[in-house]
Design a protein around this ligand. Structure first.
Ligand SMILES: NC(=O)c1ccc[n+]([C@@H]2O[C@H](COP(=O)([O-])OP(=O)(O)OC[C@H]3O[C@@H](n4cnc5c(N)ncnc54)[C@H](OP(=O)(O)O)[C@@H]3O)[C@@H](O)[C@H]2O)c1
Length: 328
C-alpha cells in the first residue's frame, strides 16, 4: 500500500460515502473535507474515516488538508447552478481543479484521482456541465507536466443505495398516479454500479499504469431513460404508464422545474441529455472489474432510502465488503 491516508474532496456525497466505506475496509485511513462536517453524522459510523469542516476554495485550508494526507481524490461536483450561465459550473469544476493542482504542488502531493463525467468535453460538450467537466479534466491532465500523477474517471449515471437517480424517480413515481410524463425519455444511458465505480478508484490508486489515463465507466447494458423509469416503477411494485414527452414539452418541463428551489430538472440537464451517455471503451474490464447489472442490485435498494435504511445499508455494505460479495 503506497498511500495510507487518502484525502477526499466532495467525500460527503453519494459517491464519497460509498468510496470511504470501501477504502476504510481495505485498510486505508480516509480524511474528508466538507463545507459542513456536522451534516454528515453517518460518516462517523465508518471507523477509519474522519470528516472535517473547511472551505476547499480557501487555499490555506486546502494546503493544510493536503499536508495531512498522502493522496487526493476529487469528487467535488454540482449538477445544477443557480443561474443558467455556466459560471457556477466553471467555478466548482474548473477553478476548483486549478486550486487542487496548486495545493498539490505546494503540499508535495503527487497522486490525484479525479472524478469527471462520461462525454465531458471542453469544446463539444452539449451542456455547461459537460463542458466545465471536460475543461477541468483536461486541465488536470496537463498539470501532469508539473509532476502531478492524475487518473480520471468518466462514469455514465451511477446507481446504488442513496443514488439521486433511480431513487429520485422512485419518489416522483410514488407521487404521480397512473401516468408518468417523462422528459427526454429516449436519452440513452449505460448505468454503472456504485460498487464498481469505487473499486475502479481503489484499483487505480496504487497502480502506476493508470497514471495519465482517463477511464470511461459503464454498466453492462444500455437503456433509454424511459426503460429505466419503467424498471424503477416495476421494482417498487407501482403500476405506472411512462409516457415520453416530445422535445418542446421536455424543454418546457426543464424550464418550469428549473425554477423550483430544489431544481429537480433544469435546462442544462436537458442539454446534457441530448448526448448519449454510453461508453466508447468501458474502463471497468481494463481495471479487472466485471460490470454489475442493474437488475441484480437495484431492486434491493429501491424503496429503502430512509435515514434508518441508509444506516442499515452502511452496516450491510461493510458486511458485503467483508464477504467480498460485491466489492472484492
Ligand atoms: N452520481 C452520478 O451519477 C455521477 C455521474 C457522473 C459523474 N458524477 C460526478 O461524481 C462526483 C460525485 O458525485 P455525487 O453523486 O457523489 O455528488 P454529490 O452527492 O452531490 O456530492 C458532491 C460533493 O461535492 C461537494 N461540493 C458541492 N459544491 C461544493 C462547493 N461549492 N464547495 C466545496 N464542495 C462542494 C459536496 O461536499 P460538501 O457539501 O460536503 O461540502 C458533496 O460532497 C461529482 O463530481 C459528479 O459530477 C456523478
Amino acid at each position: 500500500m503506497k498511500y495510507k491516508t487518502i484525502g477526499i474532496l466532495g467525500g460527503s456525497g453519494f459517491v464519497g460515502q460509498h468510496l470511504s466505506a470501501l477504502l476504510d475496509n481495505k485498510g486505508y485511513q480516509v480524511r474528508i473535507l466538507s463545507r459542513k462536517a456536522d451534516k454528515h453524522p453517518e460518516l462517523s459510523l465508518i471507523p477509519g474515516v474522519s470528516i472535517e469542516s473547511g472551505d476547499a476554495f480557501d487555499p490555506d485550508v486546502l494546503k493544510g488538508f493536503f499536508t495531512r494526507v498522502d493522496a487526493v481524490i476529487n469528487l467535488i461536483g454540482i449538477l445544477n447552478e443557480k443561474k443558467d450561465n455556466g459560471k457556477e459550473f466553471h467555478r466548482i469544476h474548473v477553478d476548483m481543479a486549478h486550486r487542487i493542482a496548486m495545493a498539490c504542488e505546494t503540499s508535495s502531493i503527487t497522486r490525484l484521482l479525479h472524478m469527471s463525467a462520461l462525454k465531458a468535453d471542453a469544446s463539444k460538450g452539449s451542456s455547461y456541465y459537460l463542458r466545465s467537466k471536460g475543461e477541468a479534466e483536461d486541465w488536470l491532465h496537463h498539470a501532469s507536466e508539473l509532476g502531478l500523477e492524475v487518473t480520471s474517471f468518466r462514469p455514465s449515471v451511477i446507481f446504488g443505495a442513496q443514488d439521486r437517480f433511480l431513487n429520485r424517480f422512485g419518489e416522483l413515481l410514488k407521487l404521480t398516479p397512473l401516468v408518468f410524463p417523462l422528459a427526454c425519455a429516449h436519452s440513452h444511458f449505460a448505468p454503472v454500479y456504485i460498487g464498481d465505480v469505487c473499486r475502479a478508484f481503489m484499483v487505480a490508486l496504487d497502480n502506476p499504469e493508470t497514471i495519465g489515463r482517463r477511464y470511461e465507466l459503464c454498466g453492462p447494458k444500455t437503456y433509454t431513460l424511459g426503460e429505466l423509469v419503467q424498471f424503477t416503477a416495476t421494482s417498487l411494485g407501482l403500476k405506472r404508464l411512462v409516457i415520453g414527452l416530445p422535445g418542446f414539452l421536455s424543454l418546457l418541463q426543464a424550464r418550469i422545474l428549473g425554477m423550483l428551489p430544489t431544481k429537480p430538472f433544469t435546462v442544462d440537464n436537458y442539454r446534457s441529455l441530448q448526448t448519449e451517455s454510453i461508453c466508447t471503451e468501458n474502463g471497468l474490464p481494463l481495471l479487472g472489474i466485471q460490470p454489475t447489472s442493474l437488475e441484480s442490485v437495484a431492486p434491493q435498494f429501491l424503496g429503502n432510502n430512509s435515514r434508518k435504511g441508509n444506516l442499515n445499508v452502511y452496516r450491510k455494505q461493510r458486511h458485503y465488503v467483508c464477504l467480498g460479495k460485491h466489492l472484492r
